[in-house]
Design a protein around this ligand. Structure first.
Ligand code: DGL
Length: 285
């Protein structure tokens, strides 16, 4: 099997958070090519109205697929996935994998039935999360935190700016007070903060995110599409990311940050897709 036959997976997020998912996909499917698409001109999605998120994400993903045909699209953003999946699936032929907060696995792991959910301000408010909690964690005490600073701290890591520990401690205080033993990372940016999170809350027994489950789902879909499993899981690429397409500017340090995650990119393009910054409507996300 030659490299030309490798499948291509489009991973989308509002910023660098989807890289936590891309890393899991690459670890599971090292022979696959990745295209990383980020609407960083629209970041953060956690502050945007639903209609803006749906419009921007469908526009960018369709454009990207026109330029680089892919086998699977991964919406590696909880905030977008909670609102965009039906519309996106109606617009494109490629299978779409979304990401939702990992409430079900968290409920199966917690010993004391107390779970923390860290997500964006929009995700913690969405009925989608209420339904997940009712369905899978109805017997648990669930403490939700949707603080807007967390995604920004994750973005700053790219520029080498460390997470402000004292502020993080303050943000996470309700989890400590409630004595949760399991925390759901309900935003794809948060696995990038894991070292700092563990430092601040060393007593947490399980940090649960959705990256590996998404990678397995992608593997399954590629298998269904009869792609050669050997070519996907064995042939390792030294530059697995064929293209990084950003609607905004390239953050300083991005190439090195990606390489440290094992996601070396062949090319990085900024101001891609022709979308300008959205008008912000505070409080109506
Ligand atoms: N990484 C995204 C998520 O999983 C969202 C970050 C944002 O733009 O607010 O929700």
């Amino acid at each position: 099997m030659t490299e030309a036959a490798a499948p291509c997976i489009l991973v989308f997020d509002s910023g660098v958070g989807g890289l936590s998912v891309a890393r899991c996909i690459h670890e599971t499917l090292p022979g696959a090519e990745l295209v990383y698409l980020a609407d960083n001109a629209g970041f953060p999605y956690g502050d945007q109205p639903e209609a803006v998120v749906i419009e921007r994400c469908t526009t960018l993903i369709r454009k990207a697929l026109e330029e680089i045909p892919c086998d699977v699209v991964v919406v590696a953003c909880n905030t977008a996935s909670t609102v965009v999946l039906p519309r996106l699936r109606s617009l494109i032929d490629v299978p779409v994998v979304g990401v939702v907060p990992a409430i079900k696995p968290a409920a199966s792991r917690t010993a004391n039935r107390r779970i923390g959910v860290l997500a964006t301000p929009a995700t913690v408010r969405r009925p989608y999360l209420d339904r997940l909690i009712d369905e899978f964690a109805g017997d648990c005490q669930v403490v939700r935190i949707g603080h807007p600073a967390l995604v920004c701290w994750a973005e700053q890591l790219v520029r080498g700016i460390p997470v402000p520990e004292a502020e993080l401690r303050e943000v996470l205080a309700p989890l400590k007070q409630a004595g949760v033993d399991t925390v759901v990372l309900g935003c794809t940016h948060y696995p990038l903060l894991l070292d700092a999170l563990k430092t601040v809350l060393p007593e947490i027994r399980h940090w649960v995110d959705s990256g590996d489950a998404i990678a397995r789902r992608v593997q399954f879909l590629l298998g269904e599409a009869s792609r050669d499993p050997q070519a996907i899981t064995h042939a390792k690429r030294s530059e697995p990311v064929r293209a990084v397409l950003l609607s905004g500017e390239v953050p300083h340090g991005l190439a090195g940050f990606m390489a440290a995650l094992g996601l070396t990119a062949i090319r990085i393009e900024e101001r891609w897709g022709g979308l300008t910054d959205p008008v912000r409507v505070t409080g109506s996300a």
